[in-house]
Design a protein around this ligand. Sequence first.
Ligand SMILES: [Zn+2]
Length: 214
Amino acid sequence: MIHQILPVGPLQCNCSIIGDEATREAMVIDPGDDIDDVLAILRKHNLEVKQIVVTHAHIDHVGGAMKLRATTGAPILLNQNDLALLKMLDVQAAWVGMAAPGQVEIDRSVGSSDTVRAGSLSANVLHTPGHTEGSICVYFPQEKKLIAGDTLFAGSIGRTDLPGGSMEKIMRSLHQSVLALPDETEVTPGHGPATTIGEERQTNPFLQVTPYRR
Ligand SMILES: [Zn+2]
């Protein structure tokens, strides 16, 4: 498995380029910005993008998706619960001082029963609302690798004070979906350094409180 992480844009969103070494098929997760650099990495590894996966519709994660789709022809996948946020990218651009990327269209909604693929690599989509209504994590069970978007960070969790955010929902997502994964799972958060599920289970201050109960 090829997995290259490129922090993109002014907010340094971790964009993941994931490729199958045998078939050279790839997926790009969270192409927020700096698409020329993403394309250079794809060329360097001789990869062809088959899917563009967006963990949630914040501008720093989705801002470059249309440019990447225009160049590669790959479909854009996003959970439908973030469509309202996707329609207000110009407002989001003003919040963070980025240029508005124009309208982003999605090709398919992905949720908890879906898989995303690159060649022989297959990942389960986990719908993990809380940071936004449509936030997802992408879990590769074979490789024990989680792309967490802005749901889980090393030592922290996603903020819930923006439109669509819910502390109750993110805690439920973390305890029921994310912490259900094995301790050795390698986590690539949406921003900042890598971690593991075990490390966060033991030391993340937000995960030490009494678990949300159904
Ligand atoms: Zn976000």
